[in-house]
Design a protein around this ligand. Structure first.
Ligand code: ZN
Length: 211
């Protein structure tokens, strides 16, 4: 049994602001992400901004569009930061005071997590094509695949050495949608499920071959 699991998302909560950038401009800067494929050009430099209207601030959740971002109340974030090796950053609103919500900033770890040939075969099986290279920024995105559809992860040991939550260097997605695969320590996933059982469940079947 692996120490790492996938946190499966049962629903989305909240919409990033502003709509035209899918929430990316506040997080990465106007020039910090590719406007053609939606892949950021570097690490997150600013705060995620969420629209407050209609959002119930409670427990932990994943917003729309930015599916490798996990938000939570600041109170929960403080406990998480004490118990786990992770970085949080304050989430802002288009207007009004900040400080009641934070997100986990999920670091990209390693050079590759998957054997490209195995990944290619799986993507073609599901989608007919493996993926595409963005003409604008040159980033290769594999066709969208959930972790449960993927070949075994061949992740570096540094994942378990340094952090309790990590994202893949490989990008996935199609059109304007871009995301990374995320794995986390089982205890962290259990913590988040306990906080928000209607938002998350655990997929324990993550096969990891340390490299
Ligand atoms: Zn691009």
């Amino acid at each position: 049994m692996s120490d790492y699991v996938e946190l499966q998302q049962l629903r989305d909560r909240g919409w990033p602001w502003h709509k035209s950038s899918g929430g990316l401009t506040p997080m990465f800067g106007e020039d910090g992400w590719c406007h053609s494929c939606g892949v950021p050009k570097g690490p997150q430099s600013g705060s995620l901004v969420l629209q407050r209207r209609g959002l119930r601030v409670e427990g932990a959740w994943v917003p729309n569009w930015q599916f490798d971002v996990i938000c939570m109340t600041a109170e929960l974030g403080r406990v998480a930061a004490e118990r786990f090796r992770l970085e949080t950053r304050v989430v802002r609103w288009p207007a009004g005071p900040v400080g009641d919500v934070v997100q986990i900033v999920i670091p990209t770890v390693g050079e590759s997590w998957f054997d490209p040939e195995e990944l290619r075969a799986e993507a073609i099986k599901r989608h007919g094509v493996a993926g595409a290279r963005c003409e604008e920024c040159g980033v290769w995105r594999w066709m969208p695949l959930g972790l449960s559809m993927l070949p075994p992860l061949r992740t570096p040991r540094s994942v378990s050495a340094d952090v309790d939550i990590a994202a893949s260097p490989e990008w996935f997605g199609d059109g304007f949608n871009a995301f990374r695969q995320v794995i986390m320590k089982r205890e962290l996933a259990e913590f988040l499920v306990e906080a928000s059982p209607r938002d998350f469940e655990i997929n324990p079947n993550v096969e990891i071959i340390p490299t």
